[in-house]
Ligand binder design. Structure first.
Ligand SMILES: O=C(O)CCC(=O)C(=O)O
Ligand SMILES: [Fe+2]
Length: 489
């Protein structure tokens, strides 16, 4: 079978992307390019006036249909039948239905079968061999792309460093700005020793956890995990897990886990109950994961794999990551592609860029995400992870700067905390006055150096050197109008 997709379905060199392993579509529909070898038998021609619309537009239109209308549309002709089976349409219908509000229900392997209550033995499909469409075929490709090419062939220069463990002084002096993996540090955790999906299912079957837009019991989520073909599977990402699972964390004989010592004091602990959300239980099937982002509030993070394996690709804070579009102030990140689409379209290019770091974090290992670093993560196997965001002393200035200068982008605080910057400064002044002073000094120095670079760029330096007055306006003020690197033309 030829694979001639025009987007997201590479025609050649599929071994490098994992696309070669994709099985035939269950309905038999094919990427658009195949039409030109098909001798004129094209299901689109039976669509009447709707033929005039491109597939993308048809898809947008049918998003407005309810369950009954979508089913009826499928009776009209083979192309619309294939279109009406797109499971993303049914996912939206599910989420808007009463079923979408339930904690538990019978999952039947797809959103459509679940909405329609169709167990496997009642699922019958028409074959659609004369349906040619990238729009319909691409989600299937993305839901089946093999991920094995990610683990093989990581360029040596990109490899994330691995150590058994690190001391705090090594971290503070050398590693707080770099990603790394520690291979031994979480092995004593009871959570690592005793948790796996089956154990958690037995203990917490009826406990509900948040997975993106839904709250489901763990039993329901495990069934979904084991049997779905979603391009972007729902990811369990719960920040109240400790309360829900009645876990002790950090101290006490029964602690399920504790933070690794090498990261030193976490300065956001000073915020006590007012600190923003900072720890999550993460569970997902193969192919689930996180699209490119930076962690909130310029915090650093660690991510510990309890079960499974994760592939990480990371870039330093100032990198332009291919396929990721960032607003001028950094406040809006648009990463329009799913993880699988990004891997198909951009992975090969991205790993050739300077600064790119890649690594595979296996069960029993923990990865450090430095403040401001871009990262995309994909689960190579179903698994469980714990993650925590923190503020190490070495990134205090970054966090102060974020809270002060990007107040509109600060996230995760309760509504009652109206001025996170002032609150953090106040707590630091009480406990670590010297650290606060040096943090503020570093901020002022950064501001001065930005100003100097600006002056250089616009020619003000000459005036300054000649004793002119043009640059006299600069002060150490802590206003929010300081110059961003990207504002310098
Ligand atoms: O999917 C993952 O494990 C990564 C999670 C992550 O990046 C985050 O919590 O910020
Ligand atoms: Fe993250």
């Amino acid at each position: 079978m030829l694979d001639l997709g025009t987007s997201g379905c590479p025609v050649t060199d599929t071994s490098a992307t994992g696309a070669s392993s994709i099985p035939p579509h269950p309905l038999g529909l094919k990427p658009l390019g195949n039409k030109y070898f098909a001798g004129g038998n094209d299901a689109r021609e039976s669509m009447g006036a709707l033929q005039a619309l491109p597939d993308e537009m048809l898809m947008l239109l049918v998003e407005y249909l309810d369950c009954r209308s979508l089913r009826r549309l499928g009776y009209a002709c083979r192309f619309l039948y294939a279109l009406s089976l797109s499971d993303d349409l049914w996912k939206s219908i599910f989420l808007e239905s009463d079923l979408g509000k339930k904690l538990s229900f019978d999952w039947h392997g797809s959103w459509r079968s679940t909405v329609l209550g169709l167990p496997a033995e009642r699922q019958h499909y028409l074959e659609c061999r004369n349906v040619y469409s990238d729009v319909l075929h691409r989600p299937f490709v993305c839901g089946h792309i093999s991920l094995s090419h990610l683990t093989s062939g990581i360029p040596v220069a990109n490899e994330i460093s691995r150590f058994p463990d690190l001391s705090y002084s090594e971290f503070a002096e050398k590693w707080s700005n770099k990603p790394f993996i520690l291979t031994e540090c979480i092995r004593p955790w009871p959570a690592y020793r005793s948790w796996d999906l089956e154990t958690l299912r037995k203990l917490f079957a009826e406990t509900s956890f948040r997975a993106e837009a839904v709250d489901w019991t763990f039993e329901t989520y495990v069934k979904y995990m084991a049997n779905n073909c979603d391009e972007s599977p729902l990811y369990l990402f719960d920040r109240k897990f400790a309360e829900k699972m009645k876990l002790e964390i950090e101290s006490g004989e029964d602690a399920a886990y504790w933070k690794p010592e090498c990261f030193g004091p976490d300065l956001f602990e000073l915020l006590g109950s007012e600190r923003p959300a900072h720890r999550w239980l993460i569970i997902g099937p193969e192919r689930s994961g996180s699209t490119f982002h930076k962690d909130p509030n310029a915090t650093s993070a660690w991510n510990a794999v309890i079960q499974g394996t994760k592939y990480w690709i990371m870039f330093p804070p100032t990198a332009d990551v291919p396929g990721v579009y960032v607003s001028r102030d950094g406040g809006e990140v648009t990463s329009p592609l799913s993880i699988a689409e990004w891997l198909l379209e951009f992975h090969a290019e991205a790993r050739r860029l300077p600064g790119c770091r890649e690594g595979v974090c296996k069960s029993g290992e923990i990865l450090h995400v430095p403040s401001g670093w871009w990262h995309l993560v994909v689960n190579l196997e179903a698994g469980i992870a714990l993650t925590q965001n923190f503020v190490p002393k070495s990134h205090l200035a970054d966090v102060l700067s974020f809270l002060r200068d990007k107040a509109d982008q600060v996230s995760g605080f309760d509504e009652g905390v109206t001025d996170p910057y002032a609150l953090f400064v106040q707590r630091l002044a009480e406990v670590y006055p010297d650290l606060l002073e040096s943090g503020l000094k570093e901020l002022a120095e950064r501001q001065l150096s930005k100003k100097r670079r600006w002056d250089l760029a616009v020619g003000n330096v000459a005036d300054e050197e000649q004793g002119g007055k043009k640059t006299a306006g600069f002060s150490f003020g802590f206003g929010s109008d300081d110059l961003e690197d990207d504002e310098i033309p």
